[in-house]
Design a protein around this ligand. Sequence first.
Ligand code: PLP
Length: 430
Amino acid sequence: MSYTRSIELFERAQQSIPGGVNSPVRAFKSVGGTPLFIKNAKGAYLYDEDGNQYIDYIASWGPMILGHAYEPVVKAIQEQAVFSTSYGAPTELEIKMAELIKAMVPNVDLIRMVSSGTEACMSAIRVARGYTGKNKIIKFEGCYHGHADSFLVKAGSGVATFNIQTVPGVTAGVTNDTLTCAYNDLQAVERLVAENKNEVAAIIIEPVAGNMGCILPEKGFIEGLRKLCDAENIVLIFDEVMNGFRLAPGGAQEKLGIAADLVTYGKVIGAGMPVGAFGGKRQIMEVVAPLGNVYQAGTLSGNPIAMIAGYTLLNELNTNPSIYKELDEKTVYLRDGLNEVLKAWGKPYVINQLGSMISIHFSDKPVTDFASAAAANNDLFKKYFHAMLKRGVYLPPSAFESWFLNNALTKEDLDRTIQASKESLKEITE
Ligand code: PLP
């Protein structure tokens, strides 16, 4: 494969854009090499500026659940665009979007649209603080809730990928209000809550974590958080920016059968447009301005192009729930195929998977939290990543990211991926 044009563009990008990219993990810094500059995408495939084709397991980091350039979404955007790209005034479309979300998702009485997952999580924390009158929050090591100050403590995703311990620019005052625990360690959370009696406003969690690779909640963990939050008047926030509309129409709440007090969304909700949302129980959400004084706003919130894109995709997911069955089956097929070639390879590995989220860790122990994810052989992952890329399979360029399947993937694509894995594993250990 030739990467001549991507190399040229990366050189050029670095003259004008910090690190040549508009979001850090895209830079390939942790896996080395040159990021691919993408020209176009269709269905399950990405095409770079050099004309190479890749089977895409990033799906724009989640949103492209039905594949790229999904025709009903493209058509809806085109039709909407001629009516102006933004009004800054309410539209019926926003009501339809809110009604559709409420129909799909449990425990959401009121929902506010924003423009990113970061904004959604940042706003949910403010609401929890405003509602409870308490300041501290608990988050989990290796979970990522966007780049707002409060969340950049022991965060996953790019923060973990680049091994950034403390983020310059975030004040100690903010950091002191963010308490952290290991994912899946309920007793540690109980201790932390007891040590900070009547001070914890919210516990925020990725119910199925995707920002330290894919990590599943152990039985009883989230149930335990639910009980603790009820007992201590703490707002339980599910960050479903990855999980929402991906694991099930009702996201992790539905998949795990556990109710959150507040939920945040991003990614799939906008079909690839900049959209996020936070919502939940009426009595909590009523503190949000203009009903209450917890101020939150956005010039482009509920933007009509973004809304029609998201609405069209969610509507497809809502009217064809068999999509989730198909996605699950495809992911299990991939998991089983990968298991087979990894077993034959004979070195330690772990595959974690739920629904259409999956990842491989080169580890000899179960990967259940950030420490076990970080202890895996991530150098091997880098080699595996490049060996797969060379064979036309585009995985997330970090072991601290989940892979996302899209429903445009065919059995042939999955077989090609399994075969590429077999060859890649051989190559990296030769
Ligand atoms: N929450 C989770 C679980 C995420 O994975 C992300 C982004 O990857 C965010 C929040 C932040 O979303 P955004 O990048 O849209 O700001």
